[in-house]
Design a protein around this ligand. Sequence first.
Ligand code: MG
Length: 399
Amino acid sequence: MSKVAVVIPAAGQGTRARRDGQKSKQFEPIGGRSALERVVERFRCNPSVTLIVVAAPADDVNALRGLLPQSGVKVVAGGDSRQGSIRIALSSINAESHDRVLVHDAARPFVDDALINRAIVALDAHEAAVPVTRIADTVIEAGASGLRGETLDRDKLRAVQTPQAFRTSALISAHIAATEAGRDDFTDDGALMAWHGHEVALFDGDPRNTKLTTTQDMDAAKRHFSEKDYLACPDVRLGNGFDVHAFAEGDHVVLGGITIPHERSLSGHSDADVVLHALTDAILGALADGDIGAHFPPSDQRWKGQDSSLFLLDAVARVKARGGFIAHLDATIMCEAPKIGPHRDAMRARIAELCGLPVGRVAVKATTTEKLGFTGRREGIATMATATIRLPLSSEAFQ
Ligand code: MG
């Protein structure tokens, strides 16, 4: 059986779905994982696919190499155009060992095995094939001031999707020819192949295989995947964490990943972020996977002065590695000062960002201890935290 490679162009900026300051749509988290991660996972699970090449923005190549699975996935820096990115990705594929290639949009995370298999099988009889769907709505040509011309004949029209399927050597030749002809404006490989004189076959696409284009699409995808993730992870686990750091000389404290000016600092081996430490332990508690001191021994010089987000990110990765996700985090900070209220939302936003959670699933609360005990005497700050996580049911769950 011939081997199949997949090219995923993900170097575009996705401005239509981009709200100011937000990531491109393929990188924006949908229930904790981006569309690109979900697309890569879908193709990795197909037994015919043995190589996936992601063309990423040059600035994101290293981050994506860390984020995506290592085996069978290559991340390359893309070009200035979609066509350029695909040409670069194709140059890293050996057309003899991988004689079939699929090209799939990073922003189509709903692709499933049935569609992937239809694309692969289409190449048994064709050099090039693209998935299409019928158009249910009436299609018109819009002019500047409204409807222009006649209604187009719906029966002859099709919407073109991905994954598009090609004989690897034929697609490489067509890309080389387009570049030599000075064309760099193809946004669709089926169209590029047709321009190069190839017959392009059509096969059934899937109306559910939509492309995330607008913010409404993103919101619908978030609903869809969170429902699926919740059904797939019925094993609800609760963990708690507690941490204390003492005050020492200094002019600021770091709490919940936020630096707050204060007349004293917290002492500790790392940045002494008592909130992130308690949250990390709460997640590790829910996983029944040791504690922060076991994974990051204070005796290890590597963690000296370390940003505590590293510890929290490690705990989040452990949840992901078990196939689960964090459903909720809750922290209570105990101190007389500094005042937490003015910084609460900044802490929630930072913790949510680190954990890939909506901010509505992160609570930060504060209390004094009525001048009682070490926190009441202003000797230090304590935090207790709770983490709710959800895991898939596994045989281990019943032990
Ligand atoms: Mg600590």
